[in-house]
Design a protein around this ligand. Structure first.
Ligand code: NAD
Length: 485
């Protein structure tokens, strides 16, 4: 049987859709119904070989093009992505279950932003001239070679674009492996890039589970690995890449703090907490899931939060009115339910939601726990679902120590009207991506990434260029060479 969401084939390699039905079947399940909406096959060794050899072969000619020529292709791809925003958003919603209300303004649009930004930057990438008396050194900014991108399931179009755009702008080629849970959207990114003029082999997509990812990471032809995933997977992939001394970018998990001081604008703080806990049904890596609320504002904060949560429209994610969709998978739903049970068991006070909805699909209500303490499991582990933990605090020194007492360091936010405190707190956060009086904005112009166990390297912004290129120094002597004998 064919499904409307069925891709032309499982993989996109060397400019074309490619199928190999010998690979294990991966069912694509629509999170809003639990129904199978497509199937793809995991990459066989032959498919992996084809993808890597195509990327390797294409890389020299791609890097030899001028930055202006490469950039023009990326910018054309951005335009196509924007023109197809509706269809791409519908597909993203099928792939992930996230509401169309979100996907239509966040996913393909953010992918297009990355293609446009790095497309514009491609022609500006240069080395420098360093004068040393009569001699001089010049540096060349060179691509790394073949890059492997490995994605998580929460933002399949965005992750495929955030990795592909800077990689291609710098003259690298890419083999991208989406999450096995959301295999559909990255194929569209590949299709669009090639329609925009990317030569065959420049951007390839292959499907599979961790074993396919591992085969890519350990291949000698691969120069760089960029992973978006959990910390445990990050440890494995980082170690495997280290064995081959490969460059890495690791975008991993978090358990980020959001601090609300007594003087904060309650309405904005509640909006920030909603955005930072319930957008994408809580499946956002940088979410501020430990919400520290100063005692003087606690009741006002919880009351207003409960009122605002009643406005969530939970339902068919393809309906533009829906603002809260299902979890991505039955498995993830089970993980979230497990944490909610643990929260109750360990004595946190359930103040809102948390029940599974009696309907098809993987729906659970947004959930808020109050009176959470630092030692509780729901305050320590990444849940990756719509579970907010509200913790009380008295003063700044105390809350900063508690906010930073975590192995993670992806993001952190503060709500306050006190200007100097806001900047002092931001400076004190042990996290890569921080927010003052807002939460989870991620424009392509700003670096995004984590510190501590949450990752290495940065995506987006000019900073990403350093992670997809390397400098070569060339010393030029203008006079005679002096030797000791
Ligand atoms: P995951 O770690 O289970 O999987 C991520 C990807 O790694 C998948 O494509 C998977 O197939 C692949 N993989 C698994 N084992 C591998 C191995 N040994 N070698 C190579 N590849 C392997 O993560 P997930 O459940 O898909 O996504 C959720 C996690 O991703 C959360 O922890 C979340 O915080 C994190 N995340 C981080 C960011 C960020 O930018 N920091 C963004 C989104 C999600």
């Amino acid at each position: 049987m064919t499904y409307p969401t069925q891709p032309k084939a499982s993989h996109f390699i060397n400019g074309k859709y490619v199928e190999d039905t010998d690979g294990a079947v991966i069912d694509v399940i629509y999170p809003a119904s639990g129904e199978k909406i497509a199937q793809v096959h995991s990459a066989t060794p032959a498919v992996i070989e084809f993808a890597l050899s195509s990327a390797r072969q294409a890389q020299g000619a791609w890097a030899a093009m001028t930055g202006t020529e490469r950039g023009r292709i990326l910018r054309r791809a951005a335009d196509i992505m924007r023109e197809r925003n509706h269809d791409l958003s519908v597909l993203e919603t099928y792939d992930t279950g996230k509401p169309y209300q979100e996907t239509s303004v966040v996913d393909a649009t953010s992918g297009a932003d990355a293609l446009e930004y790095f497309g514009g930057m491609a022609a500006t990438l240069t080395g420098e001239h360093i004068q040393l008396g009569e001699d001089w050194v010049y540096t060349r900014r060179e691509p790394l070679g073949v890059c492997v991108g490995i994605g998580a399931w929460n933002y399949p179009t965005q992750i495929a674009s955030w990795k592909g755009a800077p990689a291609l702008a710098c003259g690298n080629t890419m083999v991208f492996k989406p999450s096995e849970t959301t295999p559909l959207c990255a194929l569209k990114v590949a299709e669009i890039l090639h329609e925009a003029g990317a030569p065959a082999g420049v951007y390839n997509v292959i499907q599979g589970l961790g074993d396919v990812g591992a085969a890519l990471v350990t291949d000698d032809r691969v120069d760089k690995v960029s992973l978006t995933g959990s910390v445990p997977t990050g440890r494995k992939v980082y170690a495997a890449a280290a064995a081959g001394i490969k460059h890495v970018t690791m975008e991993l998990g978090g358990k980020s703090p959001m601090i609300v001081f007594d003087d904060a604008d309650v309405e904005n703080a509640v909006s920030g907490a909603i955005l930072g806990n319930f957008y994408s049904s809580g499946q956002v890596c940088s979410n501020g899931t430990r919400v520290f609320v100063q005692k003087g504002i606690k009741e006002a904060f919880l009351t207003r939060l409960a009122e605002r949560l009643k406005d969530a429209v939970i339902g068919d994610p393809q309906d533009p009115a829906t603002s809260f969709g299902p979890m991505v998978s039955e498995r993830q739903l089970g993980i979230v339910e497990g944490y909610i049970a643990k929260g109750k068991e360990e004595g946190a006070r359930l103040v809102y939601g948390g029940a599974r909805l009696p309907q098809d699909g993987f729906y659970i209500e947004p959930c808020v726990f109050a009176d959470v303490t630092d030692d509780m499991t729901i305050a320590r582990e990444e849940i990756f679902g719509p579970v907010m933990a509200v913790l009380d605090f008295d003063d700044e020194d105390e809350v900063m120590a508690r906010a930073n007492a975590t192995e993670f360091g992806l993001a952190a936010g503060v709500f306050t009207r006190d200007l100097t405190r806001a900047h002092r707190v931001a400076a004190g956060f042990q996290a890569g991506t921080c927010y003052i009086n807002t939460y989870n904005d991620a424009p392509v112009e700003a670096p995004f990434g984590g510190s501590k166990q949450s990752g290495v390297g940065r995506e987006n912004s000019k900073a990403a260029i350093a992670h997809y290129s390397q400098l070569k120094s060339v010393y030029v002597r203008m006079g005679d060479v002096e030797a000791p004998f």
